[in-house]
Design a protein around this ligand. Structure first.
Ligand SMILES: Cc1cc2nc3c(=O)[nH]c(=O)nc-3n(C[C@H](O)[C@H](O)[C@H](O)COP(=O)(O)OP(=O)(O)OC[C@H]3O[C@@H](n4cnc5c(N)ncnc54)[C@H](O)[C@@H]3O)c2cc1C
Length: 425
């Protein structure tokens, strides 16, 4: 595609806002229209984890390069917004109770260091370990610090359990205020001429002989040179609109937070704490000003209603966290101050997003496992496709054709979308 006159972006979550922003700052003459069915639910809701991290240990550097570029762009946005997106770089503390877990962390961090993403420093004691600052992201050591003993980790992070085998501090990580980030991108995009249309795309038709046509619920239709679909939580429905089934799997995610005023689990100055001992799953916790937020994704779709999934996973999450951070044990039990919600998000087998053309004139930008880490670089990639700019050589790692039959296709019209979701749709 080159120099289209009109581009329609469908979906105004973080990923769609990043596309609109990246296109708008290019000052191309294209008319940019952003179709937003509503403000994302999270704008009115409580904060989410909004963690970004360079930690993408494998299998190669494809995702690392996208994420590294995206964090560069995020830092640029933080500067341009005068810090209003609340970006910190406290790092991500990956914690394990197992000696083989510690070995795996050492190998993975060594590989990432070998790929040029910062040095690996190994500590038996902490005499030369420099903690990350609580705010800001300048002047922070890069790379990775491996604590090879519980005592070394606990000297800097005394909230950790004495029984852990060790921990890895990933330095290029932290979190942002995700609502502020999306708002800033939207305000900037609008001020640069992006037109926001509050409507729902109900059909996207591609044709070889003309540009794609987008039909809206209001009855309006748009013919554009290019359409970029950024549906995320309405991914299945959008693939149905596009007539493009893809090998995706349904990743259940649970977000849990302590009620305001509950006893703290993590001190205010803590980094993101990630447990790595659950096979195939992940556990993250970080502090907020009035309560700790915990989030996890769990490997298999559990049976049961959304309430059951959320409450079982919340209890499991606290149990797993208590093995790493003993203060979490005080919140277990029926009177727990933990509030949980679950959702199901479509993901690719390699957990990389899909960013690229799916039909003539139509691009998909979706299935971001952690969009805070990837949305800005994905937006840049989309803009390059649409405006015919040179693509980085990692672009092919995100196109749909990498998703072969080996991917797990849970298939079926609308399956999984919102099925166990309390916050989607
Ligand atoms: C427990 C948990 C923890 C998480 N932790 C993190 C984390 O630490 N870091 C991180 O980066 N991410 C994390 N995430 C993921 C993150 O919260 C979401 O994936 C992210 O907010 C999705 O943003 P989005 O813009 O891609 O999609 P959405 O927020 O879903 O936005 C897409 C928008 O497009 C709209 N839309 C879709 N189809 C149409 C249509 N046809 N017409 C018009 N509009 C349409 C939707 O209604 C929606 O408003 C976590 C998620 C969970 C559940």
């Amino acid at each position: 595609m080159s120099s289209p006159e009109e581009v329609v972006i469908v979906g105004a979550g973080l990923v769609g806002a990043a596309v609109a922003y990246q296109m708008a700052i290019r000052q191309e003459r294209a008319r940019l229209i952003l179709i937003a069915d509503r403000d994302p639910a999270r704008d009115q809701g409580p904060p989410e984890l909004d963690v970004y991290s360079i930690w993408w240990p494998g299998p190669d550097d494809t995702m690392l390069r996208l994420v590294s570029r995206s964090i560069d762009l995020l830092e640029g946005v933080s500067d341009l917004s005068n810090g209003s997106i609340g970006m910190n770089r406290r790092g991500q503390l990956l914690v394990t109770t197992r000696s083989d877990g510690l070995s795996a962390l050492r190998v993975a961090a060594g590989r990432m260091a070998g790929l040029g993403f910062g040095p690996l420093r190994e500590h038996v004691k902490i005499d030369w370990y420099l903690p990350s600052p609580i705010t800001g992201f300048r002047g922070v050591p890069d790379g990775f610090d491996l604590f090879e003993r519980a005592a070394a980790a606990r000297a800097s992070y005394p909230f950790l359990a004495a029984e852990i085998a060790g921990a890895l501090h990933v330095r290029r990580a932290g979190w942002v205020d995700g609502v502020a980030l999306r708002r800033w991108l939207m305000i900037e995009a609008r001020s640069l001429g992006v037109e926001v249309v509050h409507d729902t795309a109900v059909a996207i038709q591609a044709a070889d002989d003309r540009g794609p046509r987008v039909a809206l619920a209001s009855g309006a239709t748009w013919e554009a040179a290019a359409v970029v679909a950024c549906p995320e939580r309405r991914m299945r429905a959008t693939l149905n609109l596009l007539g493009t089934p893809l090998p995706l799997w349904d990743a259940p995610r649970v977000q849990a937070r302590l009620a305001a005023g509950a006893d703290r689990i993590l001190p205010d100055a803590a980094p993101v704490v990630t447990g790595i001992d659950r096979p195939g799953g992940g556990l993250h916790a970080r502090p907020t000003s009035d309560h700790a937020i915990l989030g996890a994704w769990i490997p298999e779709t559990p049976a049961g209603s959304a309430d059951e999934i959320a409450s079982n996973a919340g209890a499991g999450l606290l149990g797993a966290l208590a093995e790493l951070v003993p203060a979490a044990a005080t919140h277990r039990g029926p009177s727990s101050a933990l509030r949980t919600e679950s959702s199901i998000q479509a993901r690719t087998a390699d957990l990389r997003p899909i960013v690229g053309p799916v039909a003539p004139g139509v691009l998909l930008n979706a299935a971001h496992d952690r969009p805070t880490s990837s949305a800005l670089a994905a937006g840049d990639l989309v803009a390059r496709y649409v405006f015919g700019e040179p693509l980085p050589d990692f672009a092919g790692g995100f196109t749909v054709d990498r998703l072969t039959a080996t991917g797990k296709w849970e298939g079926g019209r609308g399956k999984g979308e919102g099925a166990a979701s309390q916050r989607a749709e």
